[in-house]
Write a protein that binds this ligand. Sequence first.
Ligand code: CAA
Length: 419
Amino acid sequence: MQLGIENISFATTEYVLPLTTLAEATGVEVGKFHVGIGQEHMSVPAPDEDIVTMAATAAQPILEGQDLSAIRTVLFATESGIDQSKAAGVYVHHLLGLDPRCRVVELKQACYSATAALQMAVALVARRPEQKVLVIASDVARYDRDSSGEPTQGAGAVAMLVSSNPAVLAIEAESGLHTADVMDFWRPNYRSTALVDGKYSVSVYMDALRSAWDDYRDQGGHALADFDRFCYHQPFTRLAVKAHRTLAKHSGELTAEQADEQIANTLDYNRQIGNTYTASVYIGLLSLLENAEEDLSGSRVGFFSYGSGSVAELFAGVVQPGYREMLRTTRHREQIQRRREIDHPTYVRLHAHPDGLVGGDHEFAQETTGPFRLAAIRGHKRVYETVAQFSAPADASGVEASAGDATTAVTTDTATTSL
Ligand code: CAA
């Protein structure tokens, strides 16, 4: 029996900040952002967007035509939770009209927890193959302004339907694991922005990669030369390039050029969206599947998932024949291209936004053009609204038409990015 990802989709935000704008405002040579860290834009949420609205927007299309009673578990992975007690997935469960006979939990371990969720989902489906698990990873990456992490912010969500009909990617059983108690990136409960020891975080990321790889091989995993492609957790895309060259050298199997070929196309979306913490490695997978020109059917794809603090996992999946029929390439590209460009003063205002919301009642004007919005916080309760219902065409690959259906209530401005 094969187990893995039957369907996958992502969502990002209403606004986008070009890193040229950030560079001009902060007096940094833009080459540092475009070349040195490999980022061009960062997604910025509107005040009425958060991890719940992005998660519901990502998940909605993959539920079209599904027997919702088969989805008996929702696993919501995030670093940027909105409540210390209630799982954000419960709001999403409601917005998507899922069956009440369902368990919903939130998982946390920095950027790694989506991979824990995926592996737990596979285990649940192995036990009851007729059931499906909805795995969602959704995050807003926020650092202090004028900190080293500022140009590596971003926001986005990925939703994956895990089942015994893995029409996109069958996940293999071998897994390499690594845990080490380090303080490279963390966020105490009283902060809305992460703290990071940037250079140290890169160093322990590489340590975790080598260690997880060695464990993967000890567990009977494939040699590096047996992989066709590799997806990394990408806080910034340049890190993935460096990481795969590090792994190539560590394994002694590939040249730097061969390593670069293995990660081709996995960086395209992240370069435009920025860091999405838990979602990042799976947005990398979508970037590969949707931007590679060749047919990847049968290709073995490696995954390195890293969550600061730290926990890491390295595993593999095989792309399934017919996977292209499951993709929403036009919809995803449109989500990136239709974001509205903001200037630096607007970014500064939006960056300060959540910190001013401690206590009190807040009503939010409609800014998002997405299908779900955070309408208010009243009596310490978050109030979400469905703006437009989703209606997908029969052919999932033509989802661009339905994306318009879901969002035409409000007109968007000009496209600002290109892939
Ligand atoms: N043109 C081209 N390249 C330039 C340049 C220019 N004009 N100016 C500088 N550069 C290059 C530098 O030479 C450097 O290249 P190398 O890394 O190859 O040496 C690169 O740009 C970055 O420059 P700095 O090292 O001076 O940058 P920095 O110290 O200001 O920031 C960083 C780098 C520490 C990684 C910072 O981006 C950061 O703190 N990021 C957040 C932490 C992070 O993402 N860590 C990753 C591992 S942890 C993780 O994965 C979890 C997570 O999601 C956070």
